[in-house]
Every structure is written in C-alpha cells, then in structure tokens.
Design a protein around this ligand. Structure first.
Ligand code: PGA
Length: 247
C-alpha cells in the first residue's frame, strides 16, 4: 500500500468563529487524493465547530495540546483527551516547541500526554526539534535522539512524529534540503534501532513551510508530510502546499 502523506495545519492562537467557518468551508471543497491526509488544529474554542464543519469530509480535526491528566477532576483550565475525542478531535499535537518553551513541558509530562491521547483514541503528533544553539554546537542529533527516547514508554508505531527545528518555526528560515534529509534519516534510523516497524511511521517536517518551498520539502526522502503554521491560515497557501504532494 502506498504510504500516506500528511499536511497538518497548526493555527496556533489564531482565528475566530467566522474565520473558522470560511476557511474550512473552502477547504472542504478540495478533492483530496487517496494517498493524502489533511489535518487542521484550530484553537480549542473552535475545535467542536471545526469538527462539525468537517464531519462529512476526509479532513481530520485535531487539538494543539492535550492534558497530562487522564481522568476528569479538579484540574482548572485543562482539557483531557477523552473530552477532545468527545467533541470530534481525532489527533492532538504533543510537545510543540512553543509548549515546551512557554509552558515548561518536559519529557515526563509529554509521555503522559501521548499515553492519554492513545488511550482515548486520538493520534498524537509528537513534535521534536533542536534550538539554534544546539544546532550551532552540533548537538542536534543528540537532542533529537533524547526527545525520541520517550517513545520507548509508549506504543511508538501509533505516534506521528513532527521534526521542527525550533530556529525554523515562524522565522521564515527554513532548514536546507540537506539538513532535512539528514535529520529525517536519523529519525528513521533511531526508530529502526528500536525495532519499530517504520512501514507505518509518519515523520513530518515543520518550520516555515510555505507555498513556495512545499514541493521541494514534501518530496524529499523520508519526509512524509508537513506541519504548517503561518501558511495554514490562508486558504490559498494551504491548498498550494497540499497540491505540492506529487501523486
Ligand atoms: P510555521 O510553524 O510554519 O509558522 O513556521 C510551524 C509550527 O510551529 O508547527
């Protein structure tokens, strides 16, 4: 079976009710090739609306985060995986670098988030990536291996991985083809070394993917799709990125 390619839009903290309706109504009209999977991760207040709009389409709806707490209870402000599933989410981003940076998310917390997502039937998209200093000190592979290490504690072949070098996120500074190829190969090798069946593994690239660079990035070896921030907020650029996948 042909491997699926994914394009996932991460809206971050952007959007309103009208915006959600307009963008998703347009996205729904797109003819999606069989080998392509599309996802959108709107802010939590618009997730149920998004799932409702997309329920009769092939487009997946996801959350940008999921609670480390599995059971309902006294956790003010939190949303557990079961609730996300209940309102129609089918995937959740976990460990996005902005969550690691601004909310102090550590490997220990992220394991719980991935486990909770899997228990509830949500596909976790686990985000990993080195920062600029780590890359300048040639520590990027070590950092990525460490971040991948937490997958030893979960059913790793059920997790989508998104490699997003932190220095390329929202900066317009995209990694070079060589850097992407090199790191995606490293990720595949790491998983193979753990006896994980990589036939079912999906490794996305993220970081300033846009309409101009998408066709090159999406067709690199071991790149199974893209996690798109800024360029997913405009229908033209998001559709352009989707269409950049060669059939
Ligand atoms: P960007 O964000 O495409 O705006 O760089 C990517 C991401 O953070 O997932």
């Amino acid at each position: 079976m042909q491997k699926q390619k994914w394009v996932v839009g991460n809206w971050k903290m952007n959007g309103r009710v009208d915006f959600t309706q307009t963008l998703l109504d347009q996205l729904k009209t797109l003819a999606i090739p069989e080998n392509v999977q599309i996802g959108v991760a709107p802010p939590l207040p618009y997730l149920a609306q998004s799932a409702h709009i997309l329920h009769d389409s092939r487009i997946h709806t996801g959350a940008q985060d999921v609670s480390q707490f599995e059971k309902e209870g006294a956790f003010t402000g939190e949303t557990n995986a079961g609730m996300l599933r209940d309102i129609g989410a089918d995937f959740a981003l976990v460990g996005h670098s902005e969550r690691r940076q601004y909310f102090g998310e550590t490997g220990e917390i992220l394991v719980k988030k991935i486990q909770n997502a899997l228990h509830a039937g949500l596909c976790p998209i686990y985000c990993i990536g080195e920062n600029l200093q780590q890359r300048e000190n040639k520590l990027e592979k070590q950092v990525i291996s460490e971040q991948l290490g937490i997958l030893d504690q979960v059913q790793a072949d059920k997790v989508i991985i998104a490699y997003e070098p932190v220095w390329a996120i929202g900066t317009g500074k995209v990694a070079t083809e060589e850097q992407i190829i090199d790191m995606h190969q490293h990720i595949y090798q790491h998983l193979l070394s753990k006896q994980i069946n990589t036939d079912n593994i999906t490794v996305l690239y993220g970081g300033s993917v846009n309409a101009e660079n998408a066709s090159v990035i999406l067709n690199l070896p071991n790149v199974d799709g893209a996690l798109v921030g800024g360029a997913s907020l405009k229908i033209e650029s998001f559709v352009h990125i989707i269409k950049a996948i060669e059939n």
